[in-house]
Design a protein around this ligand. Structure first.
Ligand code: CP3
Length: 366
């Protein structure tokens, strides 16, 4: 058994009561595998639905630092999660560029003024994080105060390509017909949008770090819809640029970065080479296989199929064990789902998952 002193020697200088997430992201020793869940605050929680109803809409909720703080903390009050994630959305950035974000019930996000031509692109500029996006950094500061050092706060942003999908399509898309036409027929125009997005996201994430985010994550939800060659050129290249321009340290603490591309199976080596500290995996890739490929360079986050949460407690425990065993012994694993929790999930199932991760992984991870 390692002595407590051993944990202290490799201290990340962050003064957290529970710093297992930061340690795992930096592949340092932990007493168990930390766990948090994408979309841990959201519609599967009745208390979230109540607060959202009071706020009037999702956007009103996200734009109020006090209410964003309240819903960020809701899952932590129920479950022994090892991290909080800022309650916000990736689409705050294009909204701040003036594209007019709104939500249609049951259909997801839409933009009033999608980017379809050079004239529209010429009109947009990176938003000032201390101006129109001030509500986000205010929420980060308020959440940090409320957490009082209990667990770390993760900040986040969308990848330039994933943001561009919504900005060009004007909303969710099944086939990405409009953005892919632009990609193949007017690649220079799409590159201009991606360059703007990369600059915006870099400033935005650095502002979150300066406001108190203790780790940051880039969500590349739609990178996996691209061809092999297009992924490198239109998604990964811009993620790489952001990672190289992020603050790696703030206030004496290392700020780890996580890159999550859904459907990234064949790309994990290249993602690890961006300089990120951790790679987020969806459930289509074997955790142990991924560790063999890149586990000596980065931490791994994931990757339980969110659909498992619709099963019985015994099945959930067995599936949690499979992911933990697949990673194997040692540090560098952050347990998560392979994508966000779906709204039909029962909160009791999340309880089973979180407790199972802690119980089944309780051993020094060196
Ligand atoms: O993880 C968390 O708890 C933090 C909050 C968070 C939200 N969105 C809140 C949200 C995070 C990290 C996001 C990221 C996000 N937003 C992504 C990337 C991650 C992913 O899931 O792939 C994407 C693609 C978006 C864009 C977006 N925002 C969509 C497609 C939708 C509708 C989705 C749906 O489930 O209806 C949103 C709205 C949204 N963002 C909700 C939440 C809790 C639901 C809003 C509601 O209350 O109606």
């Amino acid at each position: 058994m390692p002595s407590r002193r051993r944990w202290k020697i490799t201290s990340t200088m962050n003064n957290l009561k529970n710093d297992t997430l930061i340690r795992s992201l930096l592949r340092q020793p932990t007493p168990y595998t930390p766990v948090w869940l994408m979309r841990q605050a959201g519609r599967y929680l009745p208390e979230y639905n109540r607060t959202r109803k009071e706020a009037g809409s999702f956007l009103a909720l996200a734009k109020s630092p006090a209410l964003a703080t309240e819903v960020t903390l809701q899952p932590l009050a129920r479950f022994k999660l090892d991290a909080a994630i800022l309650f916000s959305d990736i689409l705050t950035v294009p909204d701040a560029m003036g594209l007019g974000l709104y939500f249609v019930e049951g259909e997801g996000p839409r933009f009033e003024r999608p980017l379809r031509d050079a004239a529209a692109v010429a009109r947009i500029a990176p938003p000032d994080p201390s101006g129109v996006l001030r509500y986000v950094t205010d929420a980060v500061s308020e959440i940090r105060r409320a957490l009082a050092g209990s667990v770390p706060l993760i900040g986040f942003a969308g990848s330039p390509y994933t943001l561009a999908c919504y900005m060009v399509e004007g909303g969710a898309s099944a086939d990405f017909r409009i953005i892919k036409s632009m990609l193949y027929s007017e690649p220079a125009l799409l590159h201009r949008i991606l360059d703007l997005n990369a600059r915006s996201v870099t400033q935005y994430l650095n502002a979150q770090i300066e406001a108190g985010a203790q780790a940051v994550m880039i969500f590349d939800t739609w990178g996996g819809s691209l061809s092999h060659a297009a992924y490198a050129e239109f998604s990964l290249a811009y993620i790489h640029r952001i990672i190289s321009e992020l603050r790696r340290e703030y206030d004496g603490a290392r700020i780890p970065s996580i890159v999550f591309t859904k459907g990234c199976g064949t790309w994990i080596e290249a993602i690890a080479r961006t300089g990120c500290d951790a790679v987020g995996l969806d459930w289509t890739i074997d955790m142990g296989e991924a560790r063999k490929q890149i586990g000596d360079r980065v931490a791994l986050q994931g990757n339980l199929d969110p659909a498992v949460l619709h099963s019985s407690p015994n099945v959930i425990r067995a599936q949690v064990a499979n992911v933990l065993n697949s990673y194997g012994a040692g540090s560098g694993h952050v347990f998560n789902l392979g994508h966000g929790i779906v709204p039909t999930t029962r909160p009791e199932s999340v309880q089973v998952l979180v407790d199972a991760v802690h119980e089944l992984s309780a051993a020094p991870h060196l």
